[in-house]
Design a protein around this ligand. Structure first.
Ligand SMILES: Cc1cc2nc3c(=O)[nH]c(=O)nc-3n(C[C@H](O)[C@H](O)[C@H](O)COP(=O)(O)OP(=O)(O)OC[C@H]3O[C@@H](n4cnc5c(N)ncnc54)[C@H](O)[C@@H]3O)c2cc1C
Length: 421
């Protein structure tokens, strides 16, 4: 991955504005800090004609042109990653620690673990950076007085991890974990297996959905989950809607208002004070093209093919208003990524978050495990398995706390390895 970085600034993505797959490609490249040109074209014939590219008949848009000139027809993320040289096999038969999830918590854990001499593998199912990687500007992370994009922060951490020798496996999801003789054996989606003496789960959360009829139909065709950093410049003169009143929604509004004609934040509650950081609230209130609709929900989605209109219901008057729009960004928090733990004895809370440390002694969790050891702060009910960041029950949902927990988890891994090996 490291060596290919230098030549990546010449990737071109050709496609139609309405293309779902073109959005998925742009989002992946943006989050992976790969510089690319987005070139809208109406059809494959127009592509042939305008760019004089000899493409076989079965090729279709979107087309990705690699720096080498290779054309990929409607590629999957896996194909793109493969062609960037990012798909690698695990280098070792067994690691000291396996870390799942390359958001801030996992990246931090990987950097600390490898820099302290542990044989470390970091497995990520999508792009490096996690939720933070989708943030247009993180302004409250220590050491960056002018803020930093989430993708940049993630790329710096990736370089640090590579420098210390972390084995990074991208586009690989863990689907099943088994604990055999205290070691964690994990099946990855591509059929490979990882064995490690200890494990740090930093799998974070996935965005929640709106849960309205035909939402799936417009997924990535007008309805986007997350702050849509890759899309802001495409929203020139558009009316953009952002659902949610937390910091991620606030940041998205501040990013989109620079390009869009108008940004409307749709909020269920009747205030923003409780959910939004003061500095974001202050700015949002002063920007004329940001509007906030309180006590409101999006209740209907309409459009042929892609999204063209939404209905917003005022939860007090029950009045419905219809708005034409092509862009709705949903930033309403999420559910923990812990399905991999379903068949293990790891204690999770009702929502699926991993329970750690002293919380394991408290009801209702106390009766769910055998209490056979004294868990430290980030240790789950399985002694070799630690949790860091948003995936943890009662975690503080911030970049800094995820980074801190990642580093702390490594200290506890050292102690565990020292006591058991
Ligand atoms: C748009 C946005 C803006 C934000 N802005 C700020 C901010 O300004 N300041 C701030 O402090 N916080 C901010 N936050 C919150 C912050 O980003 C999160 O608290 C932080 O990213 C949590 O880090 P994490 O590593 O625990 O989890 P995540 O960032 O959620 O990362 C988890 C990673 O695990 C991967 N994964 C999941 N399941 C698997 C699996 N089975 N196998 C392999 N990999 C898996 C995911 O793909 C993901 O990359 C923002 C969040 C969002 C969404």
């Amino acid at each position: 991955m490291e060596s290919s970085k230098a030549i990546l600034d010449k990737i071109k993505v050709y496609g139609t504005y309405e293309s779902k797959n073109a959005y998925i490609i742009r989002d992946f490249l943006m989050r992976s800090v790969v510089t690319f040109d987005w070139i809208p074209v109406d059809s494959i014939d127009a592509f042939r004609l305008l760019y004089l590219k000899p493409v076989p008949d079965h090729y279709s848009l979107p087309i990705l042109e690699m720096p080498s000139g290779l054309l990929l027809s409607n590629p999957t993320i896996e194909e793109i990653a493969f062609n960037l040289g990012w798909i690698t096999k695990p280098k070792l038969a067994e690691y000291d620690v396996s870390i799942f999830g390359a958001g801030p918590a996992g990246l931090s854990a990987a950097v600390y673990a490898a820099s302290e001499g542990l044989k470390t593998v970091l497995v990520e199912r999508e792009a490096i950076g996690g939720q933070a990687g989708t943030s247009s500007r993180i302004e409250n992370y220590l050491g960056f007085p002018n803020g930093i994009t989430g993708a940049d922060l993630a790329e710096r951490a990736r370089q640090q991890a590579v420098k210390f020798g972390v084995d990074i496996l991208l586009i690989r999801q863990s689907i099943k974990a088994e604990f055999i003789a205290h070691k964690i054996h994990v099946d990855l989606i591509d059929g490979s297996k990882i064995v490690a003496k200890a494990n740090i789960s930093a799998t974070g959360v996935t965005y929640s959905r709106l849960d309205i009829k035909n939402e799936d139909q417009y997924l990535d065709l007008g309805i986007y989950y997350g702050a849509g950093s890759s899309e802001a410049v495409l929203c020139a003169n558009q009316h953009v809607f952002i659902v949610g009143g937390g910091n991620s929604a606030g940041q998205a509004a501040l990013n989109f208002c620079k390009h869009a004609k108008k940004v409307t934040m749709v909020i269920r509650r009747n205030d923003l004070e409780a959910t939004l950081s003061y500095y974001l609230l202050n700015r949002i209130q002063k920007i004329p093209n940001i509007e906030v609709l309180f006590n409101s929900n999006i209740t209907e989605l309409h459009g042929e093919g892609s999204l063209q209109e939404i209905t917003i219901t005022d939860n007090i008057s029950l009045l419905n208003t219809h708005y034409p729009t092509k862009f709705v960004f949903v930033c309403i928090g999420g559910k923990p990524n812990t399905r991999w733990a379903e068949d293990t004895t790891i204690v999770r809370d009702k929502a699926g978050y991993l329970v750690t440390g002293s919380d394991l002694y408290k009801p209702p969790f106390a009766k769910e495990w055998d209490g056979s050891f004294e868990p430290n702060y980030l240790q789950t009910s399985l002694p070799s398995c630690f949790a860091a960041g948003d995936v943890r029950h009662n975690s503080i949902k911030r970049v800094a706390s995820a980074v801190g927990e990642g580093a702390m988890a490594v200290t506890f891994v050292h102690k565990y390895l020292h006591d058991n090996y």
